[in-house]
Design a protein around this ligand. Structure first.
Ligand SMILES: [Zn+2]
Length: 284
């Protein structure tokens, strides 16, 4: 994204100016005086108009996700290329796509179960989101593995992008990171790992939470293994099972980082075979 667009988004979203909209049950951001009509037109031309609220319900969101799953553009090559460009810091926005793709891998059609959040897939029964606000967090370079509704918002935009061309230097960055992680002592926690990466300046264009996002993606791939729950790369993880496993993590591990990364320790190491399987796969 060009700097101008991101700077306009920052003016709107970097603070919580605005007010609660009771109809939407959402915070509505106030457009500051420093944002001009021309600025708003730039955002609109990119589909990033502020306060772009949409109300989603479970069945509709699930149907759209399953449709995206069948989209021929969304290959593992597309998702991994995006991640590598995010990892190097060249395209921070691209970091989220692999995480979203992993969620889709084993998703299947089902009826809503539970109260407010589906116990099967984690989608809300009904919820309103400011899509631009969510995309803004990705443009900043964040990636998250919570709230599956956000994968839909992310992928609908990501699929409008061209698949990035990956260079050897991009691949080397991943190798460098994994070699660095593999040096962890047995008791190293994900929190300590993040600090080690920060002090050695391994990841450009990141802060603490952006580094967690990158590591969390590697954990969802199973490249950073954990004994509590299967990574999404391997299996569909029901929301109910994730809640149960998270309870065990909280009592035995006292980690404030969620699963699957929260369950990793230095002794679990780095699964380089898994990395090969995912990142050296046919690039189509
Ligand atoms: Zn569901």
């Amino acid at each position: 994204m060009d700097k101008k667009t991101l700077s306009i988004l920052k003016k709107v979203y970097a603070n919580e100016n605005g007010s609660y909209n009771p109809t939407l049950n959402r915070h509505e951001h106030k457009i500051p005086a420093t944002v001009t009509q021309a600025d708003l037109e730039i955002l609109s031309s990119k589909g990033l108009q502020p306060n772009n609220f949409e109300t989603f319900d479970h069945d509709n969101a699930l149907e759209r996700l399953l449709k995206i799953k069948e989209d021929k553009k969304l290959t593992s090559g597309f998702a991994t290329s995006m991640f590598l460009k995010g990892l190097t810091g060249e395209m921070p926005r691209a970091r989220q796509t692999l995480m979203s793709y992993l969620y889709l891998r084993h998703l299947y059609k089902h009826d809503f179960a539970g109260k407010d959040t589906c116990e099967i897939c984690g989608l809300p029964k009904v919820e309103t989101e400011d899509k631009t606000h969510q995309l803004y967090t990705y443009y900043l370079g964040h990636s998250w593995n919570e709230l599956p509704l956000h994968y839909l918002i992310e992928l609908e935009e990501a699929l409008t992008f061209d698949k990035p061309e990956i260079t050897q230097a991009d691949r080397n960055k991943l190798t460098e990171l994994l070699d660095f992680i593999a040096q962890a002592d047995k008791k190293e926690t994900p929190g300590k790992l993040e600090q080690r990466i920060a002090s050695h300046k391994i990841l450009d264009q990141t802060d603490k939470y952006k580094r967690y996002g990158i590591l969390q993606t590697l954990a969802e791939c199973g490249i950073l293994p954990n004994p509590f729950i299967k990574p999404r790369y391997e299996a569909f993880i029901a929301q109910k099972d994730l809640w149960e496993a998270s309870k065990k993590l909280t009592t035995s591990f006292r980690s404030d980082i969620i699963l699957p990364l929260g369950g990793w320790k230095g002794e679990n190491g780095v699964d380089k075979e898994r990395c090969k399987e995912i990142f050296d796969a046919v690039q189509n």
